[in-house]
Unconditional design. Structure first.
Length: 571
């Protein structure tokens, strides 16, 4: 299919990011000799300035890194934990079973340590070097763009709840207008402070400088600002929560899709949903069905429902709950589970969970009552890089600014990702001291023949895995170039409890972009899907970025979604 933008191709390096200025900043790092990690961290920190309505420097940054030199693949969780003062029944007993907006949603900010840890272990540059562009964007401002302006205007009442947030996002008491410079002076000072602390200790070596930047955030002035704000406003975060925190380096989980290894993050996020669904789908002749045919959309939607049912009942922080991951990812389980996809009839609600090996005796989670009204999507951003050495970086930084307050004087929201936990103590994603919420952001990275083939990901909350799989299949089943694969019309089911408080559930709901034929929707409705329509092009369908390596020719091809201000650069 024809695309509205060209695929960007290069032979040395390619970067794609959720905002064009972040892509440009990361590209400059590559041109200066930095590797994929240096460029990815640069772009990620920039996104925490350029997309602060959806991403916070003090938020989350789950990341997958592939190092070509030794073919090492690792995920950095980039996800904070609940403070020590939380109790499993805290929200059930004190807040009517709800996790309210505000500081009580705060888990330890993880993104700063994720960026610093990636640099320390896999990068070549200093924090000050890779953060320089973000500091400039925050200090001097950047031109406000339509999607961000629209979001802030729509959420004006949320920003007005907290004076510290209104001071940043409602300059002069009003939402910023398109084209005006958007300045974040406190955030600039925070980033500059970390860079200055690093520089002051650089004589002791690169690692000492990075550690000094980390201490400035987690033990120094920034930590004190976070804790003072929590103490003043009834929050639970304390100095020891921050000082003792470190991100975790963990193995990825994977599926083999016709010779392509598709790697995702672990069950502390929704990442395993991708390989679970791909294991189901590889048992069908998807190409013969035809792209976005009735049979194709029906089959993918039913596979998504099965995968999300397992997500709801089994996923959680494996340090606290038993997750039957090996069983969920097994070929035998996929073969058994695939029989529950009926070609002529949709599941009218979320299916029951499967019974993979290792699930014996595990409790099943409660399923909330269906909810009326409209879907309110969660959101984030995404970026990926492949450099001249074959290293790859795939990251989904996140944490919006409309459900938790900006820390006064710091300029960022301390991660409100607690919104993805459950107040129910019996749920595998319940709260507990030191426990991670179940994250929606989940980068992916595909390998072939031991080399990076395709880093890919998207914003979009519960839409993420579905959009990612559609783009992956567009490239690797239907042979589309990566830009066309990203621009192709998409669909998404919501027939499962949502990841964000209050975890809304819309049984049978299937949303589709209107570029999909109306008669296709009618035929899907006849099979039992509750079909509704998005606009022809909507940011609600996610905004994937991806890079595809033509390994035979040594050419990199990058794509970025025009549904949002995402962009790709290569050389």
């Amino acid at each position: 299919m024809a695309s509205n933008r060209p695929t960007i191709s290069g032979t040395r390096h390619v970067i794609a990011a959720g905002h064009y200025l972040a892509a440009h900043a990361g590209f400059q790092i590559l041109e200066a000799g930095g590797n994929a990690v240096d460029a990815g961290v640069c772009a990620g920190i920039c996104i925490g300035v350029l997309q602060t309505e959806k991403v916070s420097f003090g938020g989350v940054a789950p990341t997958i890194i592939f190092r070509a030199e030794d073919k090492k693949l690792v995920s950095i969780d980039g996800l904070g934990v609940w403070p020590k003062a939380i109790t499993p029944d805290f929200f059930a007993s004190k807040h009517g079973g709800k996790i309210p907006p505000g500081v009580l949603r705060t888990v330890v900010p993880a993104a700063p340590d994720a960026w610093l840890s990636a640099l320390e272990h896999y990068g070549t540059m200093s924090f000050g070097e890779v953060a320089a562009a973000a500091i400039r964007f925050a200090r001097d401002g950047f031109p406000m763009y339509p999607l961000m302006a629209e979001f802030i205007a729509d959420e004006i009442d949320s920003y007005r709840r907290w004076p510290s947030s209104a001071a940043v996002f409602l300059p002069g008491g009003k939402p910023p207008v398109v084209g005006a410079l958007f300045v974040q002076s406190d955030l600039a000072r925070t980033l500059q402070y970390l860079a200055d602390e690093e520089k002051a200790n650089a004589r002791k070596g690169r690692a000492a400088g990075i550690q000094a930047a980390r201490d400035a955030f987690y033990k120094g002035d920034i930590a004190r600002k976070i804790v003072a704000f929590h103490e003043q406003t009834g929050g639970l975060m304390r100095m020891e929560d921050l000082a003792e925190f470190r991100v975790r380096f963990e193995p990825t989980v994977k599926a083999d899709f016709h010779g392509i290894e598709v790697h995702a993050c672990g069950p502390w996020c929704q990442g395993p949903t991708v390989p679970i669904a791909l294991n189901l789908l590889k048992g069908f002749d998807l190409r013969a069905m035809g792209h976005n045919s009735v049979e194709y959309i029906h089959t993918l939607t039913e596979a998504f429902k099965l995968a999300f049912a397992d997500r709801h009942h089994y996923f959680g922080d494996p340090r606290f709950v038993s997750v039957p991951l090996e069983g969920l990812l097994s070929e035998a389980y996929a073969d058994e589970r695939r029989t529950q996809i009926r070609p002529d009839r949709a599941w009218p609600e979320m299916p029951p969970p499967g019974n993979p090996a290792g699930s014996e005796g595990l409790p099943r989670a409660k399923v909330p009552a269906p909810q009326a009204g409209n879907v309110r999507p969660g959101d984030t951003s995404y970026l990926c890089v492949i450099d001249r050495h074959g290293n790859a970086f795939s990251c989904t930084p996140s944490d919006g600014s409309n459900n938790a307050p900006v820390v006064p004087g710091a300029g960022f929201v301390a991660s409100g990702r607690g919104t993805q936990s459950w107040a129910d103590p019996s749920h595998p994603c319940s709260v507990a001291p030191g426990k991670r919420p179940r994250l929606t952001p989940n980068p992916a990275l595909a390998l072939k023949d031991g080399r990076a083939l395709m880093p890919f990901g998207t914003p979009g909350g519960d839409v993420q895995c579905q959009s990612m799989i559609q783009v992956f299949l567009n490239v690797n089943v239907f042979g589309m170039d990566v830009q066309s694969a990203i621009e192709a019309p998409r669909f998404s089911t919501y027939s499962f409890p949502g990841s964000f408080e209050p975890h809304p559930y819309f049984p049978g709901l299937l949303m589709m972009e209107k570029r999909i034929a109306a008669q296709t929707g009618e035929a899907l409705a006849a099979r039992g899907h509750r079909v509704d329509w998005w606009d022809e092009w909507t940011w609600l369908a996610g905004a994937p970025c991806a890079i595809v390596a033509d390994q035979a020719r040594g050419i990199l091809h990058g794509g970025a979604d025009p549904r949002r201000p995402a962009y790709v650069l290569g050389w």
